[in-house]
Design a protein around this ligand. Structure first.
Ligand code: HSE
Length: 310
């Protein structure tokens, strides 16, 4: 059995406009790298974090909390050390905490011969999300673990469905360098939704899922609408309306807030359009005066992957 594993754990776009807390997809070009190794001492130790100033203390670190939750369901007489190279900034809206939580439990599972299935791993990783945002949402950890698009049909009991991805679908994501805490962005949302908005929202979830299954890019685009979170949360993102309009003008199928923001995502048919959309985002944001990163990415259909097995 291997002693050490190095993995890539992808960034993810949660909600996908219409699917607040239930839809997400994984990206290919950005994610955290983690090394997880067996150690003689029982328990979990985070030995190194590169790239971000985050706590090494297990109870305060999402990877630590997720991994400990998992270990409680094992009977191992050894433990694990975790090193995290954080490429995804916390508070970016592209699943920073999810990448670390999901990566930790996925890697440990591999090192112990995969006794747990993906659904178990989602359950463990959700404890990391609970620490990060106050809510154990699964719409980032599920796509990180399953890859592709995922639908959380039910949280209790956990029921997760992997949705097929049309071949040419690409995502362009701009990450303005401001931090929005998911816990704060959740407080902005109303407790209740009007029947009129709920009707529109679930019609679009059905439309998006149908579009993904049928390779119907136009239907995917028509369904990328959010009547619940975007009207409240877009106020926190400088230039959101302009970016969205510019993306649509450049040929994006649709555009919305990635997770709880500030990142904004657009889905596109083909790389050429995805790059045009990236230029359109850049054009708007370079005038706003806030630093930003842009990622043009295929949909990552595999999720977390092994970089090295030692
Ligand atoms: N569904 C969560 C939210 C995702 O929108 O609060 C956070 O990344």
């Amino acid at each position: 059995m291997k002693k050490e594993i190095k993995i890539f754990s992808p960034a993810t776009v949660a909600n996908v406009s219409c699917g607040f807390d239930v839809l997400g997809f994984a990206l290919d070009t950005i994610g955290d790298e983690m090394v997880v190794r067996k150690a003689p001492q029982k328990g979990i130790k985070i030995t190194k974090i590169i790239g971000q100033d985050l706590p090494l203390e297990i109870s305060k670190n999402v990877a630590g909390v997720a991994a400990l939750t998992m270990l409680k369901e094992t009977n191992l007489d050894f433990g694990f050390e975790i090193e995290i190279n954080k490429q995804i900034k916390p508070g970016s809206g592209i699943g920073s905490s999810a990448a670390s939580s999901a990566g930790a439990v996925w890697a440990i599972n591999k090192l112990i011969g995969s006794p747990f299935n993906n659904l178990d791993l989602v359950r463990f990783a959700m404890e990391g999300e609970k620490l990060a945002s106050g809510t154990a949402h699964a719409d980032n950890v599920a796509p990180a673990l399953f890859g592709g698009f995922t639908l959380i049909r039910s949280y209790n009991p956990l029921d997760i469905i992997k949705i097929p991805t049309p071949k040419n679908l690409m995502a362009t994501v701009i990450h303005p360098q401001i931090e929005i805490k998911t816990s704060d962005a959740r407080k902005l949302l109303r407790e209740t939704v009007t029947l009129k908005n709920a009707t529109k929202q679930w019609a679009n979830v059905g439309g998006l899922i149908s579009g993904l299954y049928a390779n119907d890019y136009n239907l995917i685009g028509r369904s990328l609408k959010d009547y619940i979170a975007e009207p409240e949360r877009s106020k926190l993102i400088p230039g959101f309306d302009n970016v969205k309009q510019a993306c649509l003008n450049a040929g994006a199928l649709g555009c919305g807030i990635s997770g709880s923001g500030p990142s904004i995502f657009a889905l596109c048919n083909g790389e050429k359009t995805a790059i045009k959309v990236s230029d359109a985002m850049e054009n708007i944001y370079s005038k706003i005066g806030i630093a930003f990163d842009i990622h043009v990415s295929k949909i990552n259909n595999k999720g977390i992957k092994i970089l090295e097995n030692r």
